[in-house]
Design a protein around this ligand. Sequence first.
Ligand SMILES: Cc1ncc(COP(=O)(O)O)c(C=O)c1O
Length: 382
Amino acid sequence: MKLFDVYKMLPLELSSGNGYHVYDTDGREYLDFYGGHAVISIGHRHPRFNAALKEQLDKIIYYSNAVEFSIRGRLAEKLGEVSGYTDYELFLCNSGAEANENALKLASFHTGKQKVVAFKGGFHGRTSAAVSITDNPKIQAPINKTGEVVIIEPENADALEEVLSEGEVCAVVIEGVRGIGGIYVPGVKFMKDVARLCRRYEAIFICDEIQSGYGRTGKFFAHQFSGVKPDLITTAKGMGNGYPIGGVLISPEFKASSGMLGTTFGGNPLACAAGLAVLEVLEEEKLVLNAMKMGDYLKSRLAEVPGITEVTGAGLMTGINFAGSAKEIQQALAEDEYVLVGSSSIPTQIRLLPPLTIDTAAIDRFISSLKNVVNASALKEA
Ligand SMILES: Cc1ncc(COP(=O)(O)O)c(C=O)c1O
């Protein structure tokens, strides 16, 4: 049997990782400014993380949610403490799409309504409800198009109010910082408008922090730059530093009832050990602050690189726009400079999502590689 061929791949096979580096099967070192789709938060093979997983592995890795494991509660408590959402409750699942799926379900249960508002260029996952609110018809099968979804332009509070005022919307879903659709930080005023209008028209405000959360932007959750408090916050990716785990942070207005949500693997003790270790390392190594500082340093150094038309983002979640194809830059960085970066739906943008452990030495190396690549391309005159 062969693998179902659905992934576009970089021409490399990895064998190991360490900190902000990964190594291919020939032992070549790559600077990881992509974190494997924004997943690696505390760095590859972090000793504390590996020790926590090994310790749990030697005890028990799985039993269902029919039994208690104290580590689940400890993870929820720590997440509340580190994020500032001590009064929220946590539902654990396995991925980002699943987190959004459960958040949408909660919103619909709670309001009794079914229409959803999402935003242009937004990405929320590939399961049925999550993909139906994703602004990309190419990844929606006919079966995904049954829900009532209205996609509007970000920043357009009037359009949002017009839809909400019909009284049929159960949820408004927005990314803390848009990722795959091209890095874009929603304005503080607009985020406040979303919160205000959701309250006025009794819709649930869901903030998708799956890519932008866990400190990547310099705040634990990106929406915290706006001072808003969404009703539901979805998380995954950086939460497990590569171990699959996702979650929904749920405001105290929601009342749980037995069987309302559920999952076989969600909240398994090994995933919780990973999640807890990530939070402890983020806190002890002050990585959220580091993301803010390194993000500032990165932006100051990017000013020296020719060919860049715009730098967007917050903290270490950075989009770099060029006057031409970003794919060529991405490819040349990987093949000639051994630096991994991401792309986005904007064909001229590369996306940086490095581990939050990066330092000035890593950024200096990245800048020098980027200069080499741009200078060797036709983009340097832009
Ligand atoms: C903002 C956002 N939401 C949801 C998802 C879906 O997460 P997963 O691939 O873990 O299902 C992603 C994945 O890239 C994402 O970036």
